[in-house]
Each structure stands twice: as C-alpha cells, then as structure tokens.
Design a protein. Structure first.
Length: 314
C-alpha cells in the first residue's frame, strides 16, 4: 500500500519537477553576430527557419556594423561566433589573434555579381581613370571593401594610392552618395539594388571580378580556444548552417522577405542573390588572402587551411 502511494506521488511530481533527462537536454545558448547584408544573412535564415533549434542550439543573432567590429567583439568575448570577411580574419591571424573559420557565409560569382563599385547617377565618372584623386566609401577600412577596388584600379592603369578610402556603414551609403560626401561606394546587396533602383546611383564596375571569378567572401568564425572547448556546439552550428544554405539557395523569394526585415531595406526578390556554399573550402578562400597580401593588408599570403578550425568538414 505504501509503495503504491509513493509511486502515485512520484507520478504526480515528475511532470511538475521535470525529469533528470529533460534537465540535461537544455539547449546551449550562443551569441552570433552577422552583417545586415545578403552575404551575412545565412545565420538569420537558419534562425528563422528553425535550423538552429533543430540541431540543438539556442542562438541569439546580433547585427554588426562591419567585419572588423565583429572580430573585435569575438576577441573581447561579447559574442561567441561572428561573421566577417576573409581579410579581417586573415589580418587577425597574422597578428596572432587566434581566429578560425567554422562555416562559410556567401560566395561571390562573376556570373551573378552581388557587390559593385557604385557612383552617383549624375556623376561624370565613367572609367577607372576618372577615379584618380576621388573618395570611395567602404564598409570597413583595410578589408575586402578596399582590396577589390584597389585591384580593379591597378588593373586599369590607375594607382590605387591616388584614391582615398573612408568608412561608411552600408545603411548610410545611399545618403552619402546622394549628398556628394563620397564619389563612389562599395555596395553589397540589398543596399546595391536599393541605391540603383532608387535612382541614387549606377554601377561603375563589378570590381570583385578582379579578385577571381568565384571566391568565398568570408565566413563564420570563433577563437581557436572556443572551438576546442565546444566541439559539439561547432558541429551543431556547422550542420545547421549547411542545411540553411541548401534551403536558402532554393528559396530566394522567401529569403528576400526575410532579408528585407533583417536589413531594414526593401529587397526585390528578382534581383541577383547570394550563393551560399554548404561547407568551407580552402581553395575558395585563397584568392582573397592572396589579393589582401598583394595590396598590403597582409604582410604575406599564407595557406587558407591555416584559418579553418580543426575537424570542420570541408
């Protein structure tokens, strides 16, 4: 009788207290920072579609201003995983900052440019030679936004040292161009389409083509210590992002709606969209590392595999 009474009490208490097994399945909470542009939006899509939760993660998305700022936040421990361009990660690596990439963000393809050098619609600038002595607004100094136009200018016989680069957030590029505070901006989607379709600017050149026909602009990274301390989280994150990449590449209309909300700017679902690789590949990171070294952002080039976290699928 007493044993039956005890069993009844336990049966009533378990739903209220929760079982030990249930308590152990609490999803780890991680903070992820990304940029409010197409190339940095994959983590947002993964969050919205429930891929992080599916793979056992409670993710908090934080919007950053540029790759360098996100890199600083990762170093300072304000966030766990960040999205940045390859140049920022490579620069940190060269300086002894223990960054490692764990998943790709977006890839650039000359077949469908998602970033370009833009001038005002009424600007007299028509060619690379017209850019001598001018000012270009970029999302971050000494990173990918600076490498590409420098490579394009030099290829077209214009010293890239004759051009001044100033830092402007993507959200402020249209206004800066319209007000004449800069002569050109390095815009990424969806800001690129917003500027062009808003009659503020026109594309001067697809300068990213100068780096390579196809290359990965950057990716999601953390410190090597974090990767070693949390191998299961890294696996869960990379698997969720790979699944999100497959979904995003096949659902441009849906991602356009999400990106518009994320970036706080209209996104035409019919414009060229970013391609998201499922996994990191050193061969797709190498072109930007080489270009960054050529233009002095790095002291020397190095193998891209050196900034990929150990054990990450490639």
């Amino acid at each position: 009788m007493q044993s039956r009474l005890m069993a009844l009490v336990l049966a009533l208490l378990v739903p209220l207290l929760g079982s030990p097994a249930a308590a152990q399945t609490t999803m780890p909470h991680i903070r992820v920072a990304a940029l409010a542009i197409d190339v940095g939006a994959l983590s947002y899509f993964a969050q919205q579609q429930g891929f992080f939760k599916k793979h056992g993660l409670d993710v908090e998305i934080i919007t950053g201003t540029n790759g360098a700022a996100i890199a600083a936040a990762v170093v300072g421990g304000a966030i766990d995983i960040g999205d940045s361009n390859t140049t920022s990660i490579a620069t940190g690596h060269e300086r002894g900052v223990p960054f490692v990439l764990i998943a790709p963000s977006g890839a650039y393809s000359s077949k469908g440019p998602t970033g370009a050098l833009v001038v005002a619609k009424t600007s007299p600038i028509k060619t690379a030679k017209d850019m001598a002595g001018k000012t270009i607004g970029v999302s971050g100094l000494r990173n990918i936004s600076e490498v590409a136009p420098r490579a394009w200018l030099d290829k077209n016989g214009v010293s890239s040292d004759s051009v001044k680069f100033v830092e402007i957030p993507f959200s402020a590029m249209s206004a800066a161009l319209a007000a004449g505070r800069v002569d050109a901006v390095m815009a990424e989607e969806p800001v690129l389409t917003s500027i062009v379709q808003g009659d503020v600017g026109r594309v001067l050149a697809n300068v990213y083509d100068t780096i390579a026909p196809t290359w990965v602009e950057g990716g999601y990274f953390c410190t090597i210590d974090y990767a070693k301390a949390h191998p299961e989280i890294i696996k869960q994150f990379t698997d969720a992002m790979a699944e999100a990449a497959v979904w995003a590449n096949a659902n441009h209309a849906a991602t356009a709606v999400m990106l518009a909300d994320y970036a706080k700017t209209p996104v035409n679902p019919n414009v060229q969209r970013m391609y998201y690789p499922e996994r990191l590949r050193a061969s797709e990171l190498q072109p930007l590392i080489d270009a960054s070294a050529k233009y002095g952002l790095l002291k020397a080039s190095f193998p891209a595999k050196d900034i990929i976290a150990p054990g990450v699928p490639q």
